[in-house]
Design a protein around this ligand. Structure first.
Ligand code: ATP
Ligand code: MG
Length: 396
């Protein structure tokens, strides 16, 4: 009998023709997330197994952050389909547990068995009652559920079920570029996109000396927190100072944010295309600030053709905060370092910007040259979830 970590897929099992592609990716992601440990992964269309002699808690802690897993258990593989063997082995396992009430749940993927699941449960339950003194069956609220799966070549036994994150394995839906600020919203947007199977890279706009090194470090540590779901994240840091100062000096202040965000979108779209990212992702939420009215979004969005996905578009702030706390980005996000938007915020930003005015004002600055320089000279940092970060340039 082998002790394994047992994985159930949930939503993935609905991917009829494509299921092998999704499972292969899930296996790859598990191997990558645990690449410093000795593990082996096997799977079939119903279950995935992690085989290892490592500390199970350590392995489970990491596997819990992998999308595409509906449920996990510590399981025991009995290399037999013989009911008498299963009865004895299950009994041996139960002797290691302390409990007084239990129930048995059986599942048959081996349809050759000519007994029903209910009968299998009853027979095994009777065997347990007979051999361990002082036990009672409680179908409503048992201390232990004895799950037994009768498969074609072997039998699985497991007790506790741990909930996984669900979603699709990261990478199965391609790549997206996350506009990541140091705020509360964008890390949550990134998390939700990853949950749908999107592998992310991140782009951060900094404006030194108006923004501090602490603000940049905050974005790096948010990236590291997101990396546990994505395995590693390439973070692109764009120096936005010259663009921002040029806008500040030449453009009516009520349009500062609108034009600045149009520049951010343009740069993000260029980088996305260089990095083969199919979408931009950001933390915009309808109505949250002046640049997130529908008219503003439309005026800002018009400068790019790439789809812009806004996972938080219809979230209330309090709901965003709940997710941020759950994924452990909140405490970092609320650290008080200014990001580049907050420094150049005008007193009265336009709420309904006109596209014509945007075009007119942009004529006043050599924005194409500035964008070209910013993209050409940007810094690239790879942030790994479980190792020290490594910095490298010249990836493009
Ligand atoms: P957040 O809480 O994520 O900072 P916000 O409510 O402060 O968002 P804005 O500052 O208007 O809203 O930004 C909207 C979105 O634009 C952010 O969620 C993020 O995706 C992107 N963004 C803003 N500033 C930056 C930046 N300096 N670098 C990269 N992306 C940014
Ligand atoms: Mg912000």
């Amino acid at each position: 009998m082998e002790k394994v970590i047992l994985i159930k897929y949930g939503e993935l099992s609905t991917k009829k023709d494509n299921i092998n592609f999704f499972l292969k990716k899930l296996k790859e992601n598990i191997l990558y997330a645990l690449n410093d440990l000795e593990i082996e992964v096997t799977y079939d269309l119903g279950r995935m197994f992690i085989h290892t002699n490592e500390n199970f808690d350590k392995v489970i802690k990491r596997v819990k952050n992998i999308f595409g897993i509906h449920e996990m258990s510590i399981g025991y593989v009995i290399n037999s389909t013989d009911f008498d063997v299963v009865k004895d082995e299950t009994l041996n396992l139960l002797k290691e547990h302390e409990f007084t009430t239990f129930k048995v749940e059986s599942k048959r993927s081996n349809k050759k068995l000519n007994t029903t699941s209910v009968e299998l449960s009853k027979n095994l339950g009777a065997h347990i009652l007979k051999n361990i003194k002082g036990l009672k069956v409680d179908v409503k609220n048992p201390e232990i559920v004895v799950n037994v799966e009768y498969r074609i070549n072997n039998t699985l036994v497991y007790f506790e079920k741990m909930k996984g994150l669900g979603g699709y394995p990261v990478g199965t839906l391609g790549k997206g570029l996350l506009m990541l600020s140091g705020g509360i919203d964008s890390p949550v947007a990134g998390y939700l996109a990853m949950k749908r199977g999107v592998k992310i890279e991140a782009i951060y706009f900094e404006s030194p000396p108006h923004t501090s090194i602490e603000a940049k470090n905050k974005v790096k540590s948010l990236t590291k927190k997101l990396a546990v779901y994505n395995n590693d994240i390439v973070l692109h840091v764009i120096n936005f100072t010259e663009i921002q100062e040029t806008i500040y000096k030449n453009i009516p202040h009520e349009y500062l944010i609108t034009i600045m965000r149009r520049m951010m979108y343009r740069i993000s779209a260029i980088l996305a295309s260089k990095r083969n990212a199919k979408i931009l992702i950001n933390g915009e939420s309808i109505g949250q600030v002046a640049s997130q009215t529908l008219t503003s979004m439309s005026a800002i969005n018009e400068v790019v053709n790439i789809p812009v996905i806004r996972p938080l578009a219809c979230f209330d702030k309090l709901d965003i905060i709940d997710v941020a706390k759950r994924i452990d980005t909140y405490e970092t996000s609320i650290l008080p370092f200014e990001d580049c938007c907050t420094i150049f915020v005008p007193k009265h930003p336009v709420i309904n910007p006109s596209k014509e005015k945007c075009h007119e004002y942009e004529e006043l600055i050599p924005y194409k040259d500035l964008i070209y320089e910013a993209v050409k000279n940007h810094e690239i940092i790879t942030i790994k979830a479980h190792e020290e970060e490594s910095e490298f340039k010249d990836l493009l």
